[in-house]
Design a protein around this ligand. Structure first.
Ligand code: NDP
Ligand SMILES: O=C1O[C@H](COP(=O)(O)O)[C@@H](O)[C@H](O)[C@H]1O
Length: 496
């Protein structure tokens, strides 16, 4: 579909009274309408068990938008497109009623039979919903039907396979949009452009010139009220299996022959296939798991993970992971990719640092000058931009080894925030562009990589390192790099 077109559809949100719908989905749809991206003729149908009326649902929608943005013109008009249909998704007979409602709304809003079924609910319901949608004819319209699935997509490879099998009974792969919201982030999408649109980088993007790559995604927030989910997940399944490995794939993939969904996916899949698998007894050497302990953030003392709600007081769940990955192919042989992610760290920041190899000889050694490695930093969030760190002569004092940053910051240049990831992804789904969604092959390969790590941890073959809340993680994560003669580059939440 041409990007100038305004796609139209009914969006059915399963789990419409929940946290994700309120914090992310309603504001994103609002911005799409306000920015004239999607047709003014749209409808949203909310499904959940609680017996709300349309009016109650619309108030909730309005509250969510008022809470997330300063100005909100035409809010009543926007909310009038929202309709609520209470039912328990495990009750097959309710789907017929829902179908009747969608057919009526289709007539009112002229949405051409196009339907998005957005599953913003716990994954245990995904299979049942998909099967009932098909069985009761909700997908048999004159338009298109697409299924959007939230994470987590399974708990390990066998459960992901089972889930995939269930949804594939009702939807074809090209109708399934598995959300990884990192793929909707402006600067994650920009990785490809930085790499493939710049003659200065692509020739250097390999093991001859790159010493290592570091990807950090740190959060200040703790587990909040998600203890029940997180206890069964941990940082490995919550962040590494999806967001972190997706960033690895984008950084390491070969240039696709065309910028099509299939070509890009196929290059990403090759990277995931080339990840060097870890045997259980190699995990401790290459991966560190940590858990936040009591600590201080912004002068406030915060509890340890084990003292959070719905968390076992002897929990062994990791809230932090650092790891060293190797990619066994011609381009990357021998280049470590270090990743780290954690909750309750000192700063909220996602950054990629590409460290280039040292120059062959330091001509300035007799002046006791140190040459700093060149770094390319991709700032994913909260600031968005790129820094290239070079060495140059310091003005006036004849010092040569001064690293200077060449900065490009999206926010300060454009003066606006880039669209929220969910906004981009809902729009892509409405346009039928699945490039920034994960294909089943990627999901399966990512689970194959992380499963031995979680098994080793379940079998307690590695220490669980404690780190104080408000720190950058356990010292063991620093040692992981020190063994290789490397170090984590400092991470902040702004350009330095
Ligand atoms: N919240 C977030 O920031 C993120 C969430 N996700 C994923 O999104 C999904 C939803 O998360 P979140 O919104 O936080 O979860 P919530 O627990 O806040 O919401 C769950 C929703 O499901 C509804 N529900 C539960 N059981 C039934 C049922 N049997 N029939 C009909 N509706 C039901 C609930 O409504 P009611 O009680 O009225 O039935 C509620 O609307 C999960 O898969 C989560 O992992 C992913 C990334 C981030
Ligand atoms: O998917 C998830 O991501 C968030 C972090 O997302 P970000 O966009 O704020 O970086 C994380 O907090 C959550 O635990 C996880 O489920």
């Amino acid at each position: 579909m041409n990007t100038k077109e305004h796609p139209k559809a009914i969006i059915v949100i399963f789990g419409a009274t929940g946290d994700l719908a309120k914090r992310k989905l309603f504001p994103s749809i609002y911005r799409l309408v306000q920015n004239n991206k999607i047709a003014k003729d749209f409808a949203v149908v909310g499904v959940a068990r609680r017996s709300w009326t349309n009016e109650e649902f619309r108030s909730n929608v309005k509250e969510s938008i008022q809470a997330s943005m300063k100005t909100h013109p035409e809010l009543d008009e926007f909310a009038s497109h929202f309709h609520y249909h209470p039912f328990d998704v495990t009750n097959p007979s309710s789907y017929l009623e829902l179908n009747g409602m969608l057919t009526d709304l289709d007539g009112i809003y002229h949405t051409s039979g196009n339907r998005i079924f957005y599953l913003a609910m716990a994954p245990e319901f995904f299979g049942t919903i998909a099967l009932n949608l098909k069985k009761e004819g909700l997908t048999a319209t004159d338009g298109w039907s697409r299924l959007v699935i939230e994470k987590p997509f399974g708990h390990d490879l066998p459960s992901a396979r089972k889930l995939n099998h269930e949804i594939r009974e009702a939807f074809t792969e090209d109708q399934i949009y598995r959300i990884d919201h990192y793929l909707g982030k402006e600067m994650v999408q920009n990785i490809e452009v930085i790499r493939f649109a710049n003659a200065i980088f692509e020739p250097l993007w390999n093991n001859r010139y790159i010493s290592n790559i570091q990807i950090t995604s740190s959060e200040v927030l703790g587990v909040e009220d998600r203890g029940r989910y997180y206890e069964n997940s941990g940082a490995l399944r919550d962040m590494v299996q999806n967001h972190m490995l997706q960033m690895v794939a984008l950084l390491a993939m070969e240039p696709p022959i065309k910028l099509t969904t299939d070509e890009i996916r196929s290059e990403k899949v090759k990277v995931l296939r080339a990840l060097r698998p870890l045997a259980e007894d190699e995990v401790a050497e290459n991966f560190i798991r940590g858990q936040y302990d009591l600590g201080t953030v912004s002068e406030k003392t915060l509890p340890s993970y084990r003292d959070e709600n719905n968390v076992d007081e002897l929990s062994m769940t990791e809230t932090y992971v650092a790891g060293k990955l190797l990619i066994d192919n011609f381009r990357w042989a021998g280049v470590p990719i270090y990743i780290r992610t954690g909750k309750r760290m000192s700063v909220k920041s996602t950054k990629i640092v590409v460290q280039f190899k040292d120059i062959p000889m330091n001509l300035y050694y007799n002046r006791k000058e140190t040459m700093h490695p060149n770094l390319l930093v991709i700032h994913i969030q909260p600031d968005e931009g790129v820094t290239l760190q070079l060495n140059a002569q310091k003005l006036g004092d004849g010092t040569y080894g001064k690293p200077i940053p060449l900065n490009h910051c999206n926010n300060s240049i454009d003066g606006i925030n880039t669209p929220e990831a969910y906004e981009k992804l809902i729009y892509d789904c409405m346009r039928g562009d699945a490039t920034n969604f994960t294909h089943w092959d990627e999901v399966a390969l990512s689970w194959s990589y992380v499963d031995p790590i979680s098994k080793a941890w379940e079998h307690e073959k590695a220490e669980l390192a404690k780190y104080p809340s408000g720190s950058m993680g356990p010292k063991e994560a620093d040692q992981l790099l020190e063994k290789d003669g490397a170090q984590w580059w400092p991470i902040s939440d702004h350009f330095e």
